[in-house]
Design a protein around this ligand. Structure first.
Ligand code: O2Y
Ligand code: MN
Length: 616
């Protein structure tokens, strides 16, 4: 079936002429077998699962152990985001900036049109109307993804709100982000489909000026589920700049103290720094409660009271599986107890999933993520390091009751962080918003496996947005500064945390996980004016006595080490920071360059400006 009139037949439920026209244009380019508009129903979800099982992509898991869940195994060469294939196609190269791959939009579209021509032959083109954020929230945004992958449809059902109610919100002329995705593997003749088609050619392209995404050749995660990184971060941050709000790579959590007072914290960490673990943390400090609103993305807008209100645009978690256990993150494990999709995990003989660190003892036999028999003696990992679970947020045992509040929640504190073995103290509070923006702009982390590429090297990852900022990062810093100077703004305090500092023998100094609640308590109490801090050259730090360490068994001197400000070491950061900022040329806000001068001056000044108590 290729005639436009036949495609039209399936689109009668769409009242938006612009959307109908676009779907028809795409269909006539990609030549799918048929077009199906997704309604977001459980029946449709089951149909996708059936299609994946039939294709050999998915295996249903044991109903007793993991109800309504499947295991999917990708092609071994399609396992993570592909930053080197990710493009920001703004008209001017400078508007993409030095941290993004850039191509001229018309040139890129011409190349993409060639790739997409006939790319969906023999497949179904799914029209996925989705809403990022609660459908009834003014802070939410609509997108439509056109994809030829049932895996994408099923994941979008969990990760976003899909279907008729979204089309309803869109009306006849509503704005929406256009996302086109194909696995790039047309079905020719009678040849059998592959369980996970994987094209050698991959392009993840963003056209921020026209709010479009074209993704070709990968079926995995952030490359294919276009609502997540592509829409909710790369395109949304451009919309946010234009409209005066913020789209950030941040978890959202609710902290409640023993007196029942609640505060909301948003936190940005580079990929795979334990954001999901922090979002769902089980506090070790008696009487404190942590609830989750989101684990990856926050959209924030000023409310009438001048505070920043955040929503989580997503409806599910696409979490890293390996390392997730009842010890490290019981709430994540419980969230994925049913109705979940597991990608590139191992399978147990009784039809459940397994991954490294899930249990203290390794199963005697497994089928690994590459479909090979595996035993603990195999001498290799059973699971890909970027194996994932896709699970509905509503199933999280500690989901905050207001997680879908249309108004969002008022943010009291913003945390930045990264994975640094040396130098960076456990927690530092910014002197003010501008200094906080400086801390965010200089975020750095030792890399992990969430993106394809080198593991273990240090990279600057401003506000954890390096792979996700859809425009020039210098302009992005300027936007942060502008937000801070908004009249009537009641701004969150900004902090920088590092759970990963090590001693000279390579041992972690801080136990992390639930013990991070001690740091959160200090953050909370700082916001309430109830905790002490001491001014240092790099910011305001707690003294060991200012942290609640009751019941914490740290070796003598460890707390001092994890909070130490190594002045000589920080002097060594000045030049790398200047170099990092220099790449943005005249787009770099002078106020942030002045912050480097300020840091340098404070470090040189010796003790005169350090060590002064900044009390409650
Ligand atoms: O999209 C992927 O393939 C994995 S990356 C990811 C997934 C969920 C949340 N965050 C990330 C990230 O890289 O930041
Ligand atoms: Mn992320």
């Amino acid at each position: 079936m290729t005639a436009t009139s036949e495609y039209t037949a399936g689109l009668s439920g769409i009242k938006h002429p612009g959307l109908v026209q676009w779907v028809l244009e795409v269909a006539s380019l990609c030549k799918p077998e048929r077009v199906q508009v997704c309604d977001g129903s459980p029946a449709e979800y089951n149909e996708m699962i059936r299609a994946m099982v039939q294709q050999g992509t998915a295996i249903p898991l044991n109903e007793e152990k993991r109800p309504n869940s499947i295991l999917v195994r990708s092609d071994p060469a399609d396992v993570a985001r592909v930053e080197d294939r990710t493009y920001i196609c703004s008209r001017q190269r400078e508007d993409a900036g030095p941290t993004n791959n850039w191509e001229d939009p018309e040139k890129m579209k011409a190349q993409l049109r060639d790739l997409f021509a006939g790319a969906m032959a023999g497949r179904t083109l799914y029209v996925i109307p989705y809403c990022m954020g609660p459908v009834e929230s003014p802070l939410s945004k609509v997108g439509v993804e056109l994809s030829d992958s049932p895996y994408v449809v099923a994941n979008m059902h969990i990760m976003t709100r899909v279907g008729a109610r979204v089309l309803e919100r869109l009306g006849v002329d509503g704005e929406f982000v256009r996302g086109l995705h194909s696995v790039g593997a047309p079905l020719e003749g009678e040849a059998a489909d592959s369980p996970w088609p994987n094209s050698k050619t991959k392009y993840i392209c963003h056209f921020p000026e026209t709010r479009e995404i074209w993704s070709f050749g990968s079926g995995y995660g952030g490359n294919a589920l276009l609502g997540k990184k592509c829409h909710a971060l790369r395109i949304a941050c451009v919309q946010a700049r234009d409209e005066g709000w913020m789209a950030e790579h941040m978890l959202i959590m609710k902290l409640t103290n023993p007196e029942g007072v609640a505060k909301y914290v948003a936190a940005a960490f580079p990929s795979a720094c334990g954001k999901t673990n922090l979002a769902m943390l089980v506090p070790t400090v008696p009487g404190w409660k942590v609830e989750t609103l989101g684990d990856d993305i926050a959209w924030m807008r000023f409310g009438a009271d001048g505070r920043l209100y955040a929503i989580n645009p997503e409806a599910g978690f696409f979490g890293v599986a390996p390392g997730t256990s009842m010890e490290s993150n019981p709430n994540a494990l419980l969230t994925a107890a049913s109705n979940s999709i597991f990608t590139n995990c191992a399978m147990t003989p009784d039809g459940d999933v397994w991954w490294e660190s899930m249990t203290a003892t390794k199963p005697a036999n497994l089928v690994d993520w590459k479909r090979r028999p595996w035993t603990p003696q195999s001498g290799r990992k059973a699971v890909h390091p970027n194996a994932r679970f896709t699970a509905p947020s509503r199933q999280c045992p500690v989901i905050a009751p207001e997680w879908e509040s249309p108004a969002g929640v008022p943010i009291d504190a913003i945390l930045f962080g990264g994975r640094r073995a040396k130098l960076v103290p456990l927690v530092t509070e910014a002197f003010d918003w501008q200094h906080g923006v400086f801390l965010g702009a200089t975020c750095s982390s030792e890399t992990t496996a969430a993106a394809a590429g080198a593991v273990g090297s240090l990279r600057r990852d401003p506000m954890a947005m390096l792979p996700f900022c859809g425009y020039n990062m210098g302009d992005y810093f300027a936007h942060w500064l502008k937000i801070g100077s908004t009249e009537g703004a009641v701004l969150p305090r900004i902090f920088y945390v590092n759970w990963f500092r090590q001693d000279d023998a390579g041992n972690f100094l801080w136990p992390g996980f639930g013990e991070n609640s001690r740091v959160l308590q200090w953050v909370f109490d700082r916001c309430d004016g109830k905790a002490n801090a001491t001014d240092t050259a790099i910011g305001r730090l707690p003294e060991p006595a200012d942290l609640n360490t009751s019941g914490l068994n740290l070796a003598p001197g460890t707390l001092e080490q994890v909070l130490a400000v190594d002045k000589a070491g920080w002097q060594g950061e000045i030049e790398p920071i200047r170099k990092h900022f220099a790449q943005f040329g005249d787009r770099m806000p002078a106020a942030l360059s002045a912050q480097v001068d300020g840091l340098e001056a404070r470090l040189k000044a010796g003790s005169c400006c350090c060590g002064s108590k900044h009390g409650k």
